[in-house]
Design a protein around this ligand. Structure first.
Ligand code: MOS
Length: 749
């Protein structure tokens, strides 16, 4: 009678039908009666002052309700502070809120907001706003600001120190037989989810409902409440559907608050959508970066020292860098390590989380250098990594909560056919294509939320159940796994359970960031559903009319909603029978999971191994990824189908990072030169190789009750290095700059 475990099953996404049929309504599609539309006007200069704004032509357009500038917009109640959204508190993306004074800190910074009765009229009027500026010289690139770099105290919203040290690096370098120093340059990147950021604000007296595209409805609620100076409980945030994010909606930017201010001003609901171009200056980016990595090793390949400096531009007012040094520090055993961040004050907005923030870039650097070391010493790249395998966390010496990396190397090598590879560069051809292969390791930390995570489980007398959490599903499948996790805990089938999520009226969970969404949500749902089952079983054994009366609750199993004794399955009754007998329509339980915090006494990370085969056309400079193999050890897999999709998507981001994605700064004007999907290149189907994904389940008893380590981002980590290493194998040329473009290949081949 048992239907078997629901966790791990290939359950189809519960939101798939709504999305492909177009019935899913996104935040910009919420149109309460009388909705007006706000459009932002961005600064055309990168630094200076607004000296005058003529709004008369815009105000004269039919249907225009208001034009708000720093003269009209209310002042915010509290200056925003950048705190990563995993904290469960407010999570401002940057400490600048626009239109509070006449200063311009970056091109695209909003200087006016037009509100009209239709989107088209608002867009038209926005074109007519005349802004005069007093321009000042700007810095927007590493090249321009290199001489003024400084070492920050902390980066990444204050949670990562500016410097990491262990052992004695100079001594380690002296002990080395080989010292290798390389400089890497990585282009700035933008997330480019297909749904641009948007918010619809609806006031009812003093209460605000915000439909917001966000990874964290509670983060939006708390951030907007701070800025408006109203109680968070007066704000409800709804994020029913979110069309991708990749970190661009992980922090709270100014637009939901601006939508609320506009709605208050015109006394009507207001939708504020960023245009595609505004997404390049409205929701953060991965910063341009230069890495200098020095690596010392003995003849046998063992590392003696690593020195790493990362240099990158941040905004004029926040110390943000993605933490690219941690993967360099944590991937391999190395007693002597020195890593330092250097920042440049630049006229851009504050950078932000983007797709494995820190790991994707850091792994490119260290995994390229490790491949060079392997060639230098004549050691197979996998063997070199095994010789430096970190049995414990190199940063703390603590054991890993679980690892599985050796198994990933082994299985990946088998699937990919690594043993057949002739390591000699430029040794393989396919027609005109030079063919090569490369590999790299992947690591992504397991972040645990800093606050309790809540969910509610309710069983109805009709045999169905509903599970609720506040979390938003921005394309990860977290909504789908809620039902599966609850099914196992309640002893029901997934199909008998409906789920509700994406709403601050539901039990609070933290923003789904840092690949921590499924870990947090599954823990809360498991806790709630387990509490409800225990409650119902306790009620049955206490009930003289129940066939289970007097039974030991620990001997009671539940399957398909029926409670029975393990040793006598015929002896039992369903939840429905129990509830009906007690004249109860339903029963519910709130579950609260207290996360262990980051200080568990264990190193916590998800590991994996990436393999790439490329073809390089030496005449055209084309690099084509022919196949990718990724093997990962993500702890418990909740849904093999959605997990595979996450990892596969992550690997494709790696193809983008390696070969396509770059936002180019035009330094004289201080503007992003290719702020469109036509010119910001992302992999499309024609760029997508055959991708093989495999998961090795490892047991983890530390991270959360179900041992879920997270897979949202680790799929990207290491892909760019595996591809660059494959390009070296194919061509005999090393590429230290990303993306590897046609021009750069032609220049070097
Ligand atoms: Mo993720 S880049 O932490 O949203």
């Amino acid at each position: 009678m048992s239907t078997g475990p629901q966790i791990g099953r290939d359950v189809d996404r519960i939101d798939a039908h709504a999305k492909v049929t177009g019935s899913a309504r996104y935040s910009a599609e919420q149109h309460p009666p009388g909705t007006a539309y706000a459009v932002l006007v961005g600064a055309r200069i990168a630094r200076g002052r607004v000296t005058g704004i003529d709004t008369s032509a815009a105000l004269a357009v039919d249907g225009v309700l208001a034009v708000l500038t720093h003269r009209e917009l209310p002042r915010i109640a509290t200056k925003p502070v950048v705190i990563p959204s995993l904290a469960g508190t407010s999570a401002h993306g940057q400490s600048l809120f626009p239109m509070q004074d006449d200063r311009v800190h970056y091109a695209g910074q909003p200087v006016a907001m037009v509100v009209a009765d239709t989107l088209e009229r608002a867009e038209h009027a926005a074109e007519l706003v005349e802004v005069d500026y007093a321009e000042e010289p700007s810095v927007t690139t590493i090249e321009q600001g290199r001489d003024d770099a400084f070492e920050p105290e902390r980066i990444f919203g204050g949670i990562v120190p500016g410097r990491t040290e262990r052992g004695d690096v100079d001594q380690g370098m002296r002990e080395a037989d080989v010292v290798l120093e390389r400089v890497f340059h990585l282009a700035a990147n933008h997330h480019n989810p297909i749904e641009t950021s948007a918010a619809t604000a609806v006031w009812e007296d003093a209460k605000l409902t915000l439909y917001d595209t966000t990874q964290g409805p509670t983060a939006t609620r708390l951030s907007v409440a701070e800025l408006l100076g109203i109680p968070p409980s007066d704000i409800r945030v709804v994020s029913e559907f979110v069309g991708g994010s990749f970190g661009s909606k992980a922090m709270i930017w100014s637009h939901p608050t601006l939508a609320a201010m506009a709605a208050q001003y015109v006394r009507a609901p207001v939708t504020l959508s960023l245009s595609r171009e505004q997404m390049f200056t409205g929701s953060g980016h991965r910063e341009e970066q230069e890495h200098t990595l020095t690596l010392g090793a003995r003849q046998d390949g063992t590392l003696t020292a690593l020195r790493h400096r990362k240099l990158s531009p941040t905004s004029p007012y926040d110390d943000w860098a993605e933490p690219s040094i941690s993967p360099v520090s944590q991937l391999y055993t190395c007693p002597n390590f020195h890593g330092v961040y250097n920042l440049i004050r630049a006229n851009t907005m504050t950078p932000t989380f983007m797709r494995a923030p820190g790991e994707a870039s850091g792994a490119f650097v260290v995994e390229t250098a490790m491949d060079e070391l392997a060639y230098e010493l004549g050691i197979d790249p996998i063997e070199l990594r095994l010789r430096n395998h970190a049995d414990t966390d190199p940063e703390t010496g603590q054991p890993w909560s679980s690892k599985g990396l050796r198994e990933c190397y082994q299985r990946g090598a088998e699937l990919f056919g690594w043993a057949l590879r002739d390591p000699i560069p430029r040794s393989r051809r396919d027609g005109n294509w030079l063919v090569g292969s490369g590999m790299a390791s992947a690591l992504y930390p397991v972040y645990t939320p800093m606050s309790p995570q809540r969910a509610r489980a309710r069983v109805y007398a009709d045999g169905r159940a509903v599970i609720e959490t506040g979390a938003s599903d921005f394309g990860t499948g977290v909504g789908t796994i809620m039902g599966q996790v609850a099914a196992d805990a309640l002893g029901m089938e997934t199909e008998a359970i409906s789920v509700r999520y994406g709403d601050t009226d539901l039990p609070n969970t933290v923003a789904a960031v840092g690949s921590a969404g499924s870990g947090a949500v599954s823990a809360a749902v498991h806790t709630a559903a387990t509490a409800l089952r225990e409650h119902l079983v306790a009620q049955a054994v206490a009930d003289p009319e129940s066939p289970l009366h007097g039974a030991d609750p620990s001997r009671v199993q539940v399957s398909e909603g029926r409670m029975f004794l393990s040793e006598r399955p015929a002896n039992g009754e369903s939840y429905t029978d129990l509830l009906r007998r007690h004249m109860m329509f339903d029963a519910e339980a709130l579950g609260e999971w207290e996360p262990p915090g980051q200080d568990t006494g264990y190193g916590m990370a998800t590991f994996g191994a990436q393999f790439a085969e490329v073809g390089v056309d030496p005449d055209l400079g084309l690099v084509r990824v022919r196949r990718l193999t990724g093997v990962f050890a993500p702890g418990r897999v909740l849904n093999r189908k959605t997990a595979r999709s996450q990892l596969l998507g992550g690997m494709l981001w790696g193809v983008g990072q390696a070969l396509l994605e770059a936002t180019h700064m035009e330094p004289r004007q201080g503007r992003w030169a290719n702020a469109s999907l036509a010119e910001y290149l992302v992999p499309v189907n024609a760029d997508a190789p055959d991708i093989e994904v495999e998961m090795i389940e490892v047991e983890d008893r530390v991270v959360n009750p179900l041992g879920v380590k997270g897979i949202g981002e680790v799929g990207q980590v290491g892909v760019a290095a595996a591809i660059a290493n494959a390009v070296f194998h194919a061509t005999g040329r090393r590429f230290h700059d990303l993306p590897i473009t046609i021009e750069s290949v032609l220049a070097r081949i």
